[in-house]
Design a protein around this ligand. Structure first.
Ligand SMILES: [Zn+2]
Length: 337
C-alpha cells in the first residue's frame, strides 16, 4: 500500500518538534561547555550584577587585581628570594645550575615575573614545585615549562590539574590545564634534590589544605616553603572538597612546628615571610577555632547558629582581613568536622 501523503500541518508540527529538540540539545551542550570555566585575566569593580564566584568576588579576583601592581622581591638567606604579587608567593633558589622555584604564580603576570627573575640572575628556569593544585600556585606552570622548567608535584595535584575540578566554595569549575603545563616529576612521599649547592627536601605529610600538599625545605639555607599549609597572619582557605580538612591542617601545622627551629625562615603561601613563632601562633589559632566550632556542633547548633556565636571573635582583628573572612572561615572549619 502506498504511504499516505503527509499534510503540510504534520510537516510543520514535526519541524517545530525538531527545532525544540535542537534548542534543548544546544542548551545542554552549551551548559556542559560552561561547566569548565576559563579563568578571566582581568577583573572589574563588583556591581549588583557581578556573579558571586572565585574570579569575580572571591580570592581569585583579589589576586588578579593585585597582579596589576608590581612584583616585590624579598631576599631571604643564601641565594633564596621570594616574589610577592603574582597569586601565591613564589620562592626562588638561583645559582649556577639555574633556578629552582616553589610555585608558579598566575600567568597574567608572566612578563613581570620574568623580569623579576632576570633581575635576580640571568640563570635559566630548571624546576618548579607546585605545593598543590590551586590556580594561584599553578597557573604560571605553562609559561614556566615553555621556558625550560620541569614541573614537580604530588600525584593528586597532577590528578586535579588533568581534569575539570569543581570547587563549590568558589562556585567555579577549573578546566584541565594543557598537557605541557602538567607536572611530570611526581613526589608521592619524599624526594631530595641536590641543586645549586643546596639539598632540597620535598615531602608529603598527607592531606591538609588539599590532598596534594608538598613542603619544600632548603636545608643549607634553613628555609621552609609551605604553600597553603601556612598562611601568615590570615585565615586560610581549606579545600574540603579536594581532600583538605581542619583536623589534617592542624596535624600539618603540628609537624611543621616540630620540624622548625627559631632560626628557620618559614615562607607561607600567602602573607609575609615568617618565623617558627608565627607558625605556632597559626597552629594555635587553628586549634582554638576548631575546638570552639566542634563544641558548638556537639551542642547540636546549626551552622548558622555557630556562625552567629562568633567562635573566631578573639582572632578576627588580626586574622580576618585577607581573602577568607571570619564567617567564611567558620564554614570551612565546620565542613571538615
Ligand atoms: Zn591553596
Amino acid at each position: 500500500m502506498p504511504q499516505p501523503t503527509r499534510s503540510l500541518a504534520t510537516i510543520c508540527r514535526d519541524r517545530a518538534v525538531l527545532r525544540a529538540m535542537y534548542v534543548v540539545i544546544t542548551f545542554c551542550f552549551s551548559t556542559s561547555l560552561a561547566f569548565s570555566q576559563i579563568p578571566p585575566t582581568t577583573v572589574s569593580a563588583p556591581t549588583a550584577a557581578t556573579p558571586h564566584d572565585y574570579f569575580h568576588t572571591g580570592a581569585g579576583a583579589f589576586y588578579l587585581r593585585r597582579a596589576e601592581g608590581d612584583i616585590v622581591t624579598e631576599t631571604l638567606r643564601g641565594n633564596i628570594s621570594v616574589l610577592f604579587g603574582s597569586g601565591a608567593n613564589i620562592i626562588v633558589l638561583s645559582g649556577p645550575q639555574g633556578k629552582f622555584l616553589v610555585d608558579a604564580g598566575i600567568s597574567v603576570s608572566e612578563p613581570k615575573v620574568k623580569a623579576a627573575l632576570n633581575k635576580i640572575s640571568p640563570s635559566p628556569l630548571k624546576y618548579v614545585v607546585n605545593t598543590h593544585w590551586h590556580w594561584d600556585h599553578t597557573d604560571g606552570d605553562g609559561w614556566m615549562h615553555e621556558s625550560g622548567a620541569t614541573i614537580i608535584a604530588h600525584p593528586n595535584t597532577l590528578k586535579h590539574l588533568s581534569q575539570s575540578t569543581h570547587v563549590d566554595d568558589w562556585n567555579w569549575t577549573l578546566p584541565p590545564v594543557s598537557i605541557g603545563a602538567r607536572p611530570t616529576l611526581l613526589v608521592a612521599d619524599k624526594k631530595n634534590f641536590f641543586f645549586d649547592g643546596e639539598k632540597i627536601q620535598v615531602e608529603y605529610y598527607g592531606p591538609g589544605h588539599t590532598d596534594g600538599d608538598l613542603l619544600i625545605y632548603f636545608e643549607k639555607a634553613d628555609v621552609l616553603a609551605l604553600g597553603d599549609t601556612f598562611w601568615n597572619g590570615n585565615y586560610p582557605f581549606i579545600d574540603n572538597e579536594d581532600g583538605g580538612n581542619i583536623n589534617d591542617a592542624i596535624k600539618w601545622a603540628d609537624k611543621l612546628v616540630e620540624r622548625t627551629t627559631d632560626k628557620t625562615i618559614v615562607v607561607p603561601g600567602h602573607g609575609p615571610v615568617g618565623t617558627r613563632a608565627q607558625l605556632i601562633e597559626f597552629r594555635d589559632m587553628l586549634t582554638t577555632i576548631r575546638d570552639n566550632v566542634a563544641a558548638l556542633k556537639r551542642q547540636g547548633k546549626s551552622l548558622d547558629e555557630i556562625i552567629a556565636a562568633k567562635p573566631t571573635a578573639k582572632f578576627d582583628a588580626k586574622w580576618g582581613h585577607f581573602v577568607i573572612a571570619p564567617d567564611h572561615f567558620v564554614r570551612l572549619v565546620y565542613a571538615g568536622l
